[in-house]
Ligand binder design. Sequence first.
Ligand SMILES: [Cu+2]
Length: 165
Amino acid sequence: MRNHKLILIGAIVALATIAASCGDSGSSSAPAETTTTAAAPAATSPDDGNTVYVTANDTKGVEAEMSYDVSTTTVKAGEITFVLDNLGTVEHEVVVIKTDVPFDQLEIGSDDRISEDLSVGEISETPAGESASVQLKLEPGNYVLACNIAGHYRLGMRAALTVTA
Ligand SMILES: [Cu+2]
């Protein structure tokens, strides 16, 4: 008698656990674009070595600052996923430029933007608080990630990326 009761309790616990885990997997299958709480992507995403997470941030005012925080500065050539998490207050983007010029020394034009002639792809303007991603097939070489909304590159929204063979 006692054993049967324990087995029954065990079965109920098991069912409850299954139900709970089904609920979890259902909610986590939402598209990445709708996720606005991915403040720590590195902790929740598998480090497959082919994803670059770019967190964009900004501060307004006289001493405005723009920054990129990248999860890695080196990836292997091939299909690479770029994910932009915009934690700032305005739109930001990620333009991927293939160049040997150091990431913070690209020429800034009179329109306060850099040239996109060497761009190999981009995550276009993404609203504040939102995320977006793009997959690009990259050859080995030196790249610069830049937000090319007027002024943003100059104010610090830039990072280097090396693609190895
Ligand atoms: Cu920007």
